[in-house]
Design a protein around this ligand. Structure first.
Ligand code: OXD
Ligand code: MN
Length: 602
């Protein structure tokens, strides 16, 4: 077997016997020429960056303007997560549930072992120990990813707490996620992302795209994490975490789940409008929350990640000034366009569109071209420490206490700007029935409502009905459950958005915080509490009261259709759909019937 060395070629040993024997097993399978154990040091980063630049994997950007920043161009066939090639390999199909692709574990191991056999030959295998979550937190988890991609190593270094610190935290324990990755020949026909939750194992082959290969993120923190959460009594969720600070210094933490293309990173880094002088938003996380009940009966959340893997197109000083500041140094850009002077560009970036660019595939591009210069799913990988509004509690091993949970989707009709659930069960129902309209960014028909419960449809590692049951069961553990809300920034009338969004969402967030702290009014509707006229602070906002009324209105006919569509999803979920949620739906239908089609918010 190739000797294990550090990135400078000096021999090293892996002290943890379980890690060492598993790495040896993987080496025997993939047969690399070299095996490098990553320590996470600055010197190692420099060395691996040089290797990546020499191999053409990274292109240096203008180091004066963007110090430590590089561009990566992926294979054009490998630019996004591949839900159709993502499998949950539980012992039975029923455990994976109706919303996941399933393969029997034996079959999956055998099929992928054939692909992995000799996959690292002629290459270096990097052994990447990492921690998801703050070092020393009881909520954190250790993983080890072996990969033949230096791009993966440098991204893992940003997105996780990587290197020696992870092996130190693991000690002699066997409790670590085993992640095996090879880009292989990047052929979609030989691409599989397989999760073995019962073995705490992930095998990913044939892709180099972040969501498929940074195994700590979607694969461990959500798919395997959600399974571990059910088993161990905690929640792994596709949620941002933010702190709202009032001018008096009172801090309230909110976790929020939105499907993709709904502005999650923007919301997590929001700058409140002028009217909210003295209010501040602090980012704890922009994508994933791990939540556990604390000794005081409150729900505490950590962000398992250490960086942001954000969508570049549409990010600007208007939509997200803090993200723009975050990507000014030590950032890896993937599939964005390149300017002649070594800067990056993407559709929706501030300023004039440059006359000439090199597009995301490395081809010359001219202003006015019908093709996009940056790929619509072009990304930045940036350290959270660059974020000017990173919460000082983001690395707190205890996590932050969550007072409110928000579920949000992109809906042109039906769902009001904001609505508060009556109680925990009703809140779980709101999350379980979350829907969002498909956008042009994804393949398929545009504007169709796809149910994306808790924004977890592509990320839940087990049966969805069991997952809802876990959420319901959590109530018995949480003495002080967070208040639950549904929001919709995307309601339309005559094809126009009714609500301005972005920083103005602070107005909604303030109502959420005040409701969670039981100090503002609301109007009861058949479906939840909404703000009464005057409850939302709209001062300094240049939109008509009719527009606000339309954004917050409830239409019984639209809701009847909504409940029918929810019913189809409940059916499809199958026999594990909890009775408490079915009854919630029936209760709402019965309410509509008893009102004989009449309802108006006062
Ligand atoms: C992501 C996603 O990349 O949800 O965060 O796809
Ligand atoms: Mn996400």
């Amino acid at each position: 077997m190739a000797q294990i060395v550090d990135s400078f070629g000096s021999p090293v040993t892996i002290k943890n016997a379980q890690v060492a024997s598993w790495v040896a097993e993987m080496v025997a399978l993939t047969k690399p020429d070299h095996v490098v154990l990553c320590d996470g040091s600055e010197a190692e980063k420099q060395r691996l960056t040089e290797i990546a630049v020499a191999a053409g994997v990274l292109i240096p950007l203008d180091q004066q303007k963007l110090p430590g920043c590089y561009l990566h161009r992926s294979n054009p066939n490998d630019v996004a997560r591949v839900e159709n090639l993502t499998f949950i390999c539980t012992p039975t199909k029923a455990e994976a549930g109706s919303t996941n692709n399933w393969m029997a574990p034996d079959e999956a191991y055998a099929k992928l072992a054939k692909l992995f056999d000799g996959a690292h030959t002629g290459r270096t295998m990097y052994v990447v120990p990492y921690v998801m979550g703050p070092i020393g937190s009881s909520l954190s988890k250790v993983g080890v990813e072996v990969t033949d991609s230096v791009y993966v190593v440098l991204n893992m270094r940003i997105m996780t707490r990587m290197g020696r610190q992870a092996l130190d935290m693991l000690g002699e324990s066997n409790d670590f996620n085993r992640g095996l990755h090879s880009v292989l020949d990047c052929n979609p026909d030989r691409r599989f992302i397989c999760h073995f939750p019962q073995d705490n194992t992930i095998w990913s082959v044939g892709s180099g795209y972040g969501g498929n290969v940074l195994l700590g993120k979607k694969c461990l923190a959500l798919r395997v994490g959600s399974y571990l959460g059910k088993k161990e009594g905690w929640l792994a969720e596709h949620m941002l975490i933010l702190g709202v600070e009032s001018p008096e210094g009172e801090m309230t933490y909110v976790a929020a789940a939105f499907p993709s293309a709904c502005g999650k990173t923007n919301f997590a880094m929001m700058i409140p409008p002028k009217r909210f002088k003295g209010w501040k938003i602090w980012t704890v996380g922009d994508d994933i929350a791990w939540m556990r009940v604390g000794d005081d009966g409150r729900l505490y959340a950590i962000n398992p990640e250490a960086g942001y893997f954000g969508v570049a197109p549409g990010t600007s000083y208007k939509s997200n000034p803090n993200a723009m500041k975050t990507v000014l140094k030590d950032t890896i850009f993937t599939n964005v366009a390149l300017t002649a002077d070594g800067d990056v560009w993407w559709e929706g970036k501030d300023g004039e569109v440059p006359d000439e660019l090199t597009d995301w595939q490395g081809r010359p591009w001219k202003k006015g071209s019908t093709e996009k210069a940056a790929h619509p799913n072009a990304r930045f990988t940036a350290p959270a420490s660059n974020n000017p509004v990173k919460s000082k509690f983001a690395d707190d091993p205890e996590g932050v206490p969550i007072s409110a949970i928000i579920f949000g989707g992109r809906r042109a009709t039906t769902i009001p700007l904001v609505m508060q659930a009556f109680n925990w069960t009703n809140g779980v129902f709101m999350g379980a029935t979350l829907g969002s309209e498909t956008t042009a960014a994804a393949t398929g028909k545009v504007g169709v409502v796809r149910r994306d419960p808790m924004a977890m449809l592509p990320f839940c590692g087990y049966d969805m009905g069991e997952y809802f049951a876990h959420w319901l069961e959590m109530q018995s553990e949480i003495a002080y459950p967070p208040k639950v809300f549904l929001v919709n920034w995307f309601r339309q009338k005559d094809g126009k958005f009714l609500w301005p969004g972005f920083g103005e969402n602070m107005r909604v967030l303030k109502w959420v915080v005040d409701r969670a702290r039981l100090r503002v009014g609301g109007q009861e509707t058949p479906f939840g509490w909404v703000p009464k006229a005057g409850d939302l602070d709209l001062s300094g906002l240049d939109i008509s009261s009719e527009q606000v009324d339309a954004a917050t209105s409830i239409d019984l006919d639209e809701w009847r259709l909504e409940l029918e569509s929810q019913g189809e999803f409940f059916e499809a979920t199958g026999p594990t759909m909890p009775r408490a949620l079915k009854l919630q739906r029936e209760l709402l239908l019965a309410r509509i019937e008893s009102m004989h089609g009449k309802w108006s918010v006062g």
